[in-house]
Design a protein around this ligand. Structure first.
Ligand SMILES: CC(C)(COP(=O)(O)OP(=O)(O)OC[C@H]1O[C@@H](n2cnc3c(N)ncnc32)[C@H](O)[C@@H]1OP(=O)(O)O)[C@@H](O)C(=O)NCCC(=O)NCCS
Length: 290
């Protein structure tokens, strides 16, 4: 078996996608927690290539006889190391492939005092992360149809669509919340998600990405702004599409309260794993880019 850096090619992106799909299917079976195939096929290909370009030394794949056995993709942003993806093909699990991949990826984070990742419910993954020094924060998921009757107030804080011109605001909010901007990841998110919402007033600032029914990332300087942004994002979920807000630790009760008020159901799922930092708040992390 060899470990090599991921290349920014369609073939490598497809290989990572195939092994990720097989690993998650094997773990989740056909449960509804299994990531959506469409999301895996379009966004993940683009995100894999984005990381291969931006973080070549943090993205590794394992190969045996030319077949991809696993992948660990990680990124580094202003002193925070982030694990974006960690998967091993079902037939190769339990043989130490994951450990070798994670060693390479974590070496890229050497010198970063802080680390973040969103973990699946896999006990094997939790074992790896705890051993790597991460604190595991149990996470909640909100999902379901948005009760639009609960959305009738117009909102006192103005929210408007954002674009790449808001980069300074996004970076400022990120640095205040987690000590690091998302840097090039904003360009990726602006290109691949349906919309970016911005709130910027005397009361504070914040932003939120939404794609379809999913709230992909939200950060704000106060709970009041965060609540307003989350309500607006959920109001914009297309009719008939279920809403999904994931990776909520107990610190994000403001978000849990918004979801419950709008009729979403609350479940536990996986972990937000952090090293050298407390959960940012108010914040809804992005599963792969944190
Ligand atoms: C998590 C994953 C990448 C690990 O890869 P792997 O190659 O099987 O990992 P390794 O063989 O290096 O190590 C497995 C470790 O987990 C342990 N493990 C396996 N199943 C376990 C279980 N049910 N409970 C606790 N520990 C378990 C093994 O004992 C081993 O620990 P050890 O090093 O102390 O012996 C792989 O299981 C996977 O792809 N899972 C599905 C996708 C997923 O959930 N990925 C994580 C996303 S956050």
């Amino acid at each position: 078996m060899i470990l090599r850096r991921l290349r920014d090619t369609a073939a490598d992106a497809r290989a990572v996608q195939t092994v990720a799909r097989a690993a998650f299917r094997h773990f989740y079976g056909t449960s509804r927690d299994s990531p959506d195939d469409h999301v895996l096929s379009t966004q993940q290909l683009a995100r894999t290539r984005h990381l291969a370009r931006a973080d070549a030394d943090g993205c590794w794949i394992a190969e045996r006889d030319g077949a991809t056995m696993g992948a660990a993709l990680s990124l580094r942003r202003e002193g925070v190391w982030i694990l974006a993806l960690f998967v091993v093909a079902p037939e190769a699990q339990g043989q130490g492939v994951g450990r070798l991949l994670l060693e390479r990826a974590t070496a890229y984070g050497r010198g970063c005092l802080r680390g973040m990742l969103c973990a699946s419910a896999s006990p094997a993954a939790a074992r790896h992360y705890r051993r790597a020094g991460f604190t595991l924060h149990p996470a909640m998921t909100l999902r379901g149809a948005v009760d639009r009757a609960g959305l009738q107030d117009p909102g006192d804080i103005p929210v408007h669509p954002g674009n790449a011109g808001h980069r300074h605001l996004l970076d400022s909010v990120d640095r205040r919340l987690r000590g690091a901007a998302h840097g090039p990841d904003h360009a990726y998110m602006i290109d691949h998600y349906d919309e970016l919402l911005i709130a910027d007033s005397l009361a504070g600032s914040g932003y939120c990405y939404r794609h379809g029914g999913e709230v992909k990332l939200l950060g704000a300087t106060s709970k009041r702004i965060a609540t307003r942004l989350l309500r607006e994002a959920l109001a914009r979920v297309p009719q008939g599409r279920p809403a999904l807000v994931e990776h909520l630790t107990a610190e994000q009760e403001w978000a849990v309260d918004v979801g419950l008020e709008l009729g979403l159901s609350l479940e536990t799922h996986g972990w937000v794993a952090l090293r050298g930092m407390r959960p940012p708040m108010p914040y809804v992390p992005n599963g792969g880019l944190l």
